[in-house]
Design a protein around this ligand. Structure first.
Ligand code: A3P
Length: 318
């Protein structure tokens, strides 16, 4: 069903860090144009069991390419699905309320069993994944639970992924190398274009809600209402207003149940690095167009070419 090869381009190996090792290219044998770059551990540990896992109709899935606003979307979806239960949301970390399915199959140094945590949740289960369609459970497409997919413009996504790699995973390569690898589809979870296109193409199915990070920035109230409707809930404007405050950048940045401060501290401690929130926080800048200050002219053009290659009608907001 799958072919697993080691990408020849050495830039891919440069992505390897203390947290993620042995990157391979997992290709679909049925459709070799479908592939994904992930650590070999994922193939050994999670690939088959995720593909074959049981999916329930009342599951709620948040699926994204990394750095497209997953955490933000998860908190929004969890709150809306749980009758705005602030008491629980402010007591239990989001990662426990809404586990990241394949995390344990990806990182090398965190003692996480996220697959088990995901499947053994009481129903309705809330599951986060960054996997592309061809690696997700087969039953997703027959059982058809609700799936919320969030996309973001690839330039801001690539920059955010670069900072994540540098500050969290311990990537020591240059930004130039990272951007080049992104544009060559050689960073973890690449290719982004196909990830987004595959969900864009099924966005009109009734169990799919396709959102954009930039719309959430521009008009959170409107996007929250889309999710409320999609999840068949009903809230009054005062409740929506309060939720928008809870989901604002400053609120999420300072919310220790969401901002992953504890995980970052743990990773820093394990890898002998200093935790410095002045330098990096997971909820980092949260801007649209932040890449403008970060990409050189050449890198910007490289990303333009990358986006053009996708040939789909999405008009990203930059
Ligand atoms: P930046 O690195 O550009 O700041 P993910 O959860 O998929 O890893 O995405 C992380 C990105 O979402 C980060 O982007 C983070 O700052 C941004 N983000 C998270 N919550 C946000 C919010 N409430 N408003 C704006 N951006 C937010």
């Amino acid at each position: 069903m799958y072919e697993v090869t080691v990408p020849e381009d050495e830039i891919c190996q440069k992505m390897e860090t203390h947290q993620t090792a042995n990157f391979v290219k997992i290709s679909s044998k049925e459709n070799p144009t479908k592939f994904c770059i992930l650590p070999k551990k994922f193939v050994d540990k999670d690939l088959e069991r995720i593909k074959n896992m049981e999916v329930y109709e009342d599951d709620i899935w948040v699926i994204t390419y990394p750095k497209c606003g997953t955490t933000w979307t998860q908190e929004m979806v969890w709150m809306i699905g749980h009758n705005l239960d602030y008491e629980t949301a402010l007591r239990i970390p989001l990662d426990d309320r809404f586990p990241f399915l394949e995390l344990g199959g990806i990182v090398t140094d965190l003692p996480t069993e996220t697959f088990e945590a995901s499947i053994n949740q009481p129903r309705p289960r809330y599951i986060k994944s960054h996997l592309p369609i061809f690696l997700l459970p087969d039953q997703l497409w027959t059982v058809k639970p609700k799936i919320i997919y969030t996309a973001r413009n690839p330039k801001d996504t690539a920059i955010s992924w670069y900072h994540h790699h540098t500050n969290l995973h311990g990537y020591t390569g240059s930004k130039a190398d990272f951007i080049e690898a992104f544009a060559k589809d050689l960073v973890p979870y690449s290719p982004m274009n196909e990830h987004v296109i595959d969900f864009w193409n099924i966005r009109s199915q009734p169990n799919i809600l396709f959102l954009f990070f930039e719309d959430m920035k521009r008009n959170l109230d409107q996007e929250v209402k889309k999710v409320v409707k999609f999840m068949e809930k009903d809230y009054v404007q005062d409740e929506i207003d309060k939720l928008c405050v809870h989901l604002s950048f400053d609120s999420i940045k300072n919310n220790r149940m969401i901002n992953k401060e504890e995980i970052i501290k743990q990773v820093m401690e394990m890898t002998g690095r200093e935790y410095n929130p002045e330098k990096y926080t997971f909820i980092r800048k949260g801007k649209v167009g932040g890449y403008k200050k970060e990409l050189t002219k050449e890198q910007n053009e490289m990303m333009d070419e990358y986006i053009k290659k996708a040939e789909f009608e999405i008009e990203y907001q930059f």
